[in-house]
Design a protein around this ligand. Structure first.
Ligand SMILES: [Ca+2]
Ligand SMILES: [Ca+2]
Ligand SMILES: [Ca+2]
Length: 318
């Protein structure tokens, strides 16, 4: 069988797979899968990263390490021990390869309407050693670009009622309605319980013409896909909030440089937390997929990945 025949036999199947896989992936601009690390000291390189680099963030009293053994999700994971009273942070320092791989990539100005836009999302997996019921028990992300006319982003959870929420904070006048802090809160029916794995995700989408931005919060227990069109708690929809950025005040979005993820604040009690598979998108994906992603499984289990690789090799050699 010549190469051309082999290509013709495989390409239709690959096309179907590309369709299946491509639709859910959105525009992934950064990913940390925590497959391993060079060491467990502050600054040591973390492996399994695309779109930039990641390093261990360890403030000395507690622990931040990548455990290479299979964890709650797939492959290795980031484990933090944050002792009561210790200074922050414990987790990972994310360094995007360029602004296009950073949180800043979610921000743009519509060329027709002139409206400021936030478009994209992020997701990660999380497990806590107790019920999430203390203030600051989870503060996964917190970075501030207000000094450059931008926005502060906080993803956090924990209070006596177990609240989980996303905050977008701006300078005075940022939302044109007298407020400077927009909080998208999960329904209290969603609670993060001890020693269970949760998949959490946030999306930002903006109407091009009106500039109305909607923030949506998603979560499900287990290693399951989060459908970003979900509308019920059972499907993983937790809450949403809309606002409209004021063009004269908000001239920038989130930060373009390095930032931390993980266990970023003292909660008044010792805590052990697991984080895995942090992903950042500059367009809203149709789903935040489970890990490993189904298309990877199909390709691997059918051996198609090998066929595709050998075909490419043969075509290049030809
Ligand atoms: Ca992993
Ligand atoms: Ca707790
Ligand atoms: Ca606007």
């Amino acid at each position: 069988m010549n190469v051309f025949c082999a290509v013709r036999r495989v390409v239709p199947r690959l096309a179907v797979l590309a369709l299946l896989c491509g639709t859910a992936m959105g525009d992934l601009i950064y990913q940390a899968t925590f497959s391993g690390a060079a060491g467990s000291s502050n600054g040591d390189a973390i492996y399994g990263v695309t779109g930039g680099t990641a390093t261990i963030r360890d403030n000395g009293t507690g622990t931040a390490e990548v455990v290479a053994a299979p964890g709650p999700v797939a492959g290795g994971y980031l484990r933090t021990f944050y002792p009561n009273g210790a200074a922050a942070p414990y987790g990972a320092r994310i360094t995007p390869a360029s602004p296009a791989n950073s949180l800043a990539a979610l921000f743009s100005t519509d060329p027709t309407s002139g409206q400021r836009q936030l478009e994209g999302g992020l997701d990660f997996f999380f497990q806590n050693d107790t019920d999430l019921d203390r203030g600051e028990e989870l503060r996964f992300i917190d970075n501030d670009n207000r000094g450059s006319g931008g926005l502060r982003l906080v993803v956090q959870g924990g209070s006596t009622s177990g609240d989980l929420y996303v905050e977008v904070i701006g300078n005075t006048g940022a939302f044109g309605d007298g407020t400077t802090n927009k909080v998208t809160k999960a329904t209290s029916a969603f609670q993060i319980l001890a020693n269970r794995l949760y998949h959490l995700g946030v999306t930002f989408s903006t109407d091009d013409a009106t500039g109305q931005t909607t923030v949506r919060l998603f979560g499900l227990e287990g290693n399951r896909a989060l459908d970003t069109s979900a509308a019920t708690l059972a499907e993983g929809f937790l809450g949403s909030l809309s606002f409209n950025l004021d063009e004269s005040v908000v001239t920038n979005g989130f930060i373009s440089g390095a930032y931390d993820i993980g266990s970023l604040r003292n909660s008044g009690a010792d805590k052990v937390q697991y984080f895995d598979h942090y992903r950042l998108y500059d367009a809203v994906p149709s789903a935040f997929l489970e890990v490993p992603e189904p298309c990877t499984l199909i390709l691997t289990s059918t051996g198609l990945l090998g066929v595709f690789t050998s075909l490419r090799r043969r075509r290049r050699a030809a």
